[in-house]
Design a protein around this ligand. Structure first.
Ligand code: ADP
Length: 253
């Protein structure tokens, strides 16, 4: 969208994508291009197709028409999973895994070492990732004993240990207390500053406009795609969320 983007490699490239689980399309004629280093939030009402869009761009769903590319290859054929760190909604609610933060983060190295053992250099990467997300004091704590926000940090550290350069987060702060949400967004801001591409679905419009650079507002089709500062007072916001939503996004209404 700016001329400097022309030399940045494309991470996501959706062209005229339509998809439906049944004969009714859920997303229609979506064209989105995301360059390396961007910080993009996808917003929209419940059922507007946000999760579907994420699955299409990650190659987990195949478009009915149109094309989806991830890092320049067909998204469904993309196989360099370590490049993509996916943090699911309520990643923390699983109670079954009594493993420690360090063990979770270690998994991020598996694509790099195959079934082999981690070298000292791999462990340094693991510990640096834990440090980056501010979880060093909790490295040996079981993830079942962490707060929701801490668990999300552990899952981000796993992505960092894998040296992911695209972080995809699906409503990562659902169930996370307000204080931790601020810290969580501070972490995303610093990862973005380091050059990681951040793509997130978020229901909290205030957080979106404060932190993301670019907003894509979806409601089956794209209502808005542009700088988040322009989204707060856009007609698209009211059109997608109803009048009154502008105050939620910090706009003047
Ligand atoms: P959002 O993430 O914005 O809430 P979704 O992409 O989850 O929206 O859903 C968009 C629409 O697709 C909704 O109407 C939802 O009911 C439908 N849908 C989502 N997943 C499936 C599925 N696996 N099978 C059938 N319909 C689905």
């Amino acid at each position: 969208t700016t001329e400097s983007n022309e030399n940045r490699p494309s991470v996501v490239e959706l062209a005229d994508v339509s998809f439906g689980y049944t004969s009714t399309p859920v997303v229609e004629d979506i064209s989105v291009s995301i360059d390396a280093g961007e910080y993009v939030a996808v917003v929209g009402p419940n059922g507007s197709g946000k999760s579907t869009l994420m699955q299409l761009l990650l190659g987990l769903l195949e478009p009915d028409t149109g094309t989806a590319e991830l890092f320049g290859v067909d998204a469904t054929a993309f196989d360099d999973g370590a490049r993509v760190g996916y943090v699911a909604q309520r990643a923390g609610t699983s109670r079954e895994m009594p493993i420690t933060v360090r063990e979770v983060v270690k998994m991020g190295r598996f694509p790099h070492v195959g079934f082999g053992r981690l070298s000292a250099a791999d462990w340094r990467i693991v510990d640096r990732a834990i440090d980056t997300v501010g979880m060093s004091a909790f490295a040996d704590r079981r993830i079942t004993q962490l707060s929701g926000g801490q668990r999300q940090r552990a899952f981000i550290a796993r992505a960092l240990a894998g040296e992911a350069d695209l972080l995809v987060l699906d409503e990562p702060t659902v169930g996370v207390d307000t204080e931790s949400v601020d810290a969580f967004y501070g972490l995303l801001d610093s990862l973005h500053a380091e050059g990681i591409t951040v793509l997130l679905i978020e229901h909290d419009l205030q957080a979106v406009t404060e932190h993301a650079e670019r907003v894509i507002c979806l409601n089956g089709e794209i209502y808005f795609d542009g700088p988040s500062a322009e989204f707060t007072d856009s007609a698209a916001l009211a059109r997608a969320f109803g009048t009154g939503a502008q105050s939620l996004a910090g706009g003047n209404g």
